[in-house]
Design a protein around this ligand. Structure first.
Ligand SMILES: Cc1cc2nc3c(=O)[nH]c(=O)nc-3n(C[C@H](O)[C@H](O)[C@H](O)COP(=O)(O)OP(=O)(O)OC[C@H]3O[C@@H](n4cnc5c(N)ncnc54)[C@H](O)[C@@H]3O)c2cc1C
Length: 370
C-alpha cells in the first residue's frame, strides 16, 4: 500500500495533461488530474486548428521535431483504435510567387531530415491538378498531414484514465505544492472546498498558466521559470463552398506557421491563425482584420469572393519568445533543471503540442519512471 493518496497528480486537463495522465495510468500508476475549469479541454486545446502536423518545420534534433513525428504516428494509431474521427487530407505548402520557391525547398530538406514520410515536390501545374483553384509556382505535398476531432480525442483520453482507476476532477484548480522531506508532494487544490492530497509524482501541464503554476511550487527556483508570452491568433470562416480539400499553407512566417486554410470535419472552410502578441487572455476577433486576411489568402486563392469572411474564433499560444526573438523548443523541466525530485514541469507547449501530445505524455512518464 502506497504512503501517498495518489502515485501521480497532473495539473491541467488539456490534450497534453490528459496524455500525460494516460501514459502514467498505462504504467499502472494511480493518477489524479486536476482541472481548474468546469470541463476538460477548454484551454489552448479548444482553440486551435486541429491539424495533425507532419513535422516539417522544426529544427532537426529538437523536441518539437521528434515529438511531432512520433506523436503524429501514435495519434493516427490512437484515432483508429479508439474510433475518433479524423481525415488524413494531406497538405500543400505553397510558393505563391517565384521568390518563395527557395523557402519551400529549404523546408523540404528540413522535413526530409526530420523523417517526415512521403513528401513530394510539385510544380505549379501538378499542384493545380490536385487543387484547381490554387495559385502556386511550386508546392510540397505532405500526405501525412490531416485534421481530427480533438475534443473527442481528449474525452477518449479521460475515459482511459478513468477506466484504469484514475480520476479527472474539474472545477478544482491547483493552488500550491510543497515537496515532502522524504519525497513526494503535498498538493492543495481549491474549488468549492480546499483539499490537500499527497502524491509521489507531480506533472504540471497548465498551458497558458505554466509560469503561474510553477511559481506556486515551493522550492521551484524563480530563475528557472522561463518568461511567458501570449501569441494570439484569430480565425475567419468562409461563407460558401470550401475551395480546397487539402490543407493549404503558405511558407512559414517568423514565430508561426502562417495563416493557412483548412476544410474542417464538417466541410466548412476556415482561415487562420495570424499572430499578435497580447497582454491578457482576450479571445475577441476584430472583424476589421478580414481585409488583411483576404489580401493574404488571395496570394494562394485568387478566387476568394469579396465580403466572404466571417469572424470565427481566437486562440492564444503559450509562447516562450517575444516578437522577433528566436522560437525556443518545448520545455520539459525535470529534477536536473529545477532540483525537485519527482516533478516534471512543462512550458511553452504551443504548436505542434496537440499533434505531439501522446509523445509528450510518453516522454514525461518515462522520465518520471527513471
Ligand atoms: C491558434 C492556435 C493554433 C494551434 N494549432 C495547432 C494545430 O493545428 N496542431 C497542433 O498540433 N497544435 C496546435 N496548436 C497548439 C496546441 O493547441 C497546444 O500545444 C495544446 O493544445 C496545448 O495543450 P495543453 O494541454 O498543454 O494546454 P491546455 O489545453 O491549455 O490545457 C491546460 C489546462 O490546464 C488548466 N489549468 C490552468 N491552470 C490550472 C490550475 N491552476 N489548476 C488546474 N488546471 C489548470 C487549463 O484550464 C487548461 O484546461 C495551436 C495553438 C493555438 C493557440
Amino acid at each position: 500500500m502506497s504512503a501517498f493518496d495518489f502515485d501521480a497528480v497532473v495539473v491541467g486537463a488539456g490534450a497534453v495533461g490528459l496524455a500525460c495522465g494516460r501514459a502514467l495510468s498505462n504504467r499502472g500508476l494511480g493518477v489524479l488530474v486536476l482541472e481548474a475549469l468546469d470541463h476538460i479541454g477548454q484551454g489552448v486545446s479548444s482553440r486551435n486548428s486541429e491539424v495533425i502536423h507532419g513535422g516539417l518545420y522544426y529544427p532537426t534534433g529538437s523536441l518539437k521535431a521528434r515529438f511531432c513525428v512520433e506523436g503524429r504516428r501514435s495519434l493516427y494509431d490512437y484515432l483508429d483504435s479508439h474510433k475518433v474521427d479524423y481525415r488524413k487530407c494531406g497538405k500543400l505548402v505553397v510558393a505563391t510567387q517565384p521568390d518563395e520557391v527557395t523557402l519551400i525547398e529549404t523546408l523540404f530538406q528540413q522535413a526530409t531530415t526530420n523523417g517526415v514520410e512521403g513528401l513530394q515536390h510539385l510544380g505549379g501545374a501538378q499542384a493545380r491538378a490536385l487543387e484547381p483553384a490554387l495559385n502556386a509556382h511550386a508546392a510540397i505535398l505532405s500526405p501525412e498531414s490531416g485534421i481530427f476531432a480533438s475534443h473527442d480525442y481528449m474525452l477518449s483520453l479521460q475515459g482511459e484514465i478513468e477506466d484504469a482507476g484514475g480520476t479527472v476532477v474539474v472545477s478544482t484548480p491547483f493552488e500550491r505544492a510543497e515537496p515532502l522531506p522524504g519525497g513526494g508532494f503535498s498538493i492543495t487544490a481549491g474549488g468549492e472546498s480546499t483539499t490537500t492530497v499527497t502524491a509521489r509524482l507531480l506533472v504540471t501541464a497548465p498551458g497558458l498558466q505554466a509560469q503561474a503554476v510553477a511559481a506556486r511550487i515551493d522550492g521551484f527556483p524563480a530563475d528557472h521559470i522561463p518568461a511567458g508570452h501570449f501569441g494570439k491568433g484569430v480565425y475567419f470562416r468562409l461563407t460558401g463552398k470550401a475551395p480546397f480539400d487539402r490543407l493549404i499553407y503558405p511558407p512559414p512566417i517568423a514565430g508561426a506557421l502562417g495563416t493557412h486554410y483548412r476544410k474542417d470535419l464538417g466541410g466548412q472552410a476556415v482561415f487562420g491563425p495570424d499572430l499578435e502578441y497580447v497582454a491578457t487572455e482576450d479571445y475577441s476577433v476584430d472583424p476589421a482584420r478580414a481585409e488583411a486576411f483576404a489580401g493574404y489568402i488571395r496570394r494562394f486563392w485568387p478566387g476568394l469572393p469579396d465580403a466572404a469572411l466571417t469572424p470565427d474564433y481566437a486562440g492564444i499560444r503559450p509562447k516562450l519568445h517575444g516578437p522577433g526573438e528566436p522560437q525556443p523548443d518545448f520545455q520539459l523541466r525535470g529534477r536536473e533543471d529545477h532540483g525537485i525530485n519527482g516533478l516534471v514541469a512543462l512550458f511553452g507547449i504551443e504548436s505542434p503540442g496537440l499533434t505531439s501530445s501522446l509523445a509528450i505524455g510518453e516522454a514525461v512518464a518515462t522520465r518520471l519512471e527513471a
